[in-house]
Design a protein around this ligand. Structure first.
Ligand code: C2E
Ligand code: MG
Ligand code: MG
Ligand code: MG
Length: 285
């Protein structure tokens, strides 16, 4: 394209190499999922008023033999391009709901690609998974990103309304990035917005960033939604977010995503430590 109209390149070695890499990755992914070599790890969501763990977000993890951990940032785009993401989504829903059965009432949040969430039967797939696993519908949260709302609003709205009617929670992920439109917040039935990590980075000494987070929290409250903030890494960030009345924090300060077998220990550790006192609070007696 950059070479101007009418000029077509039939063979670009760099592009061809990339395409080949994607084809191989796609094959490897299919093989891994079929061989049960993909995993979900779980990152805690911590309630900022009580200090208790409110639930966990399921995140895809793939330890590729001879290669090490492959990041979702690398495989999700390829899986979206080939459509394989729909199978990953089905698998993740089943696995996450089955794992969450053991959590005594903690919620599990599952990321679902826009390609999947706009498919006409999506709400029925979710209903079937809930029936088969026996998980209470209100313990499942679906995380979707704004990009899905742009071109497929009607299909998505139908699915989200049907999910909501079953009791499933809906979260708008990565809020504040991409195609953000505030009108989405009034037109789609979200229970929660998840403020993107980019808003939390360098929060200290950046009053304009704090102001944006505070405004999002205020707006969400007015719309009866809760606010989760991703990427909380420091005590200082936590203090600011509590001060601005965000509801839930997620980040390395508490824990990265860990295997299902560690969920109970994570809950015990986080709840055992309690919320740190805020700066300026009187010392505990
Ligand atoms: P996301 O849904 O916004 O998930 C949060 C990401 O932030 C995760 O990255 C998590 O590991 C990372 N994170 C959490 N706390 C911190 C922190 O304090 N510091 C830093 N630096 N990072 C933090 P991850 O696991 O690499 O996933 C990246 C994205 O890939 C996810 O972003 C989500 O969009 C997508 N993804 C992951 N698993 C799945 C899945 O099963 N299905 C689909 N469709 N997408 C997935
Ligand atoms: Mg997410
Ligand atoms: Mg997110
Ligand atoms: Mg994010």
């Amino acid at each position: 394209k950059a070479d101007g109209k009418g000029c077509w390149r039939t063979f670009d070695p760099a592009l061809e190499e990339k395409a080949q890499h994607h084809r191989q990755l796609d094959l490897d992914m299919r093989e891994a999922l079929a061989a049960d070599a993909m995993e979900l790890h779980y990152q805690p969501l911590v309630d900022l008023r009580s200090g208790r763990v409110a639930g966990f977000e399921a995140l895809l993890r793939w330890n590729k033999p001879g290669h090490g951990w492959v990041s979702p940032g690398e495989v999700i785009p390829v899986a979206e391009a080939t459509g394989f993401i729909v199978e990953i989504g089905r698998w993740a829903l089943g696995r996450a709901c089955a794992d969450a059965l053991a959590w005594n009432g903690l919620r599990v949040a599952v990321n679902i690609s826009s390609i999947h969430v706009r498919m006409p039967g999506f709400h029925e797939e979710v209903a079937a998974v809930l029936r088969e696993t026996g998980l209470r519908p209100d313990l499942l949260e679906i995380e979707i990103t704004e990009s899905v709302l742009l071109d497929h609003g009607a299909e998505v709205l139908e699915n989200l309304n049907r999910l909501r009617a079953q009791g499933v929670r809906i979260a708008l992920d990565d809020f504040g990035t991409g195609y953000s439109s505030l009108s989405y917040l009034t037109e789609f039935p979200f229970d929660k917005v998840k403020v993107d990590r980019s808003f939390v980075r360098d929060l200290q000494g950046r009053p304009e960033k704090v102001a944006v987070v505070e405004a999002i929290a205020r707006m969400a409250r007015a719309l009866s939604m809760t606010v989760t903030v991703e990427g909380v890494e420091t005590r200082q960030q936590l203090d600011v977010l509590r001060d601005k009345r965000c509801d839930v924090a997620q980040g390395f300060l508490y824990s990265p995503a860990r295997p299902a077998s560690e969920v109970a220990a994570l809950v015990a550790r986080i709840e055992g430590a309690g919320l740190p006192p805020r700066e300026g609070d009187p010392p505990a007696a």
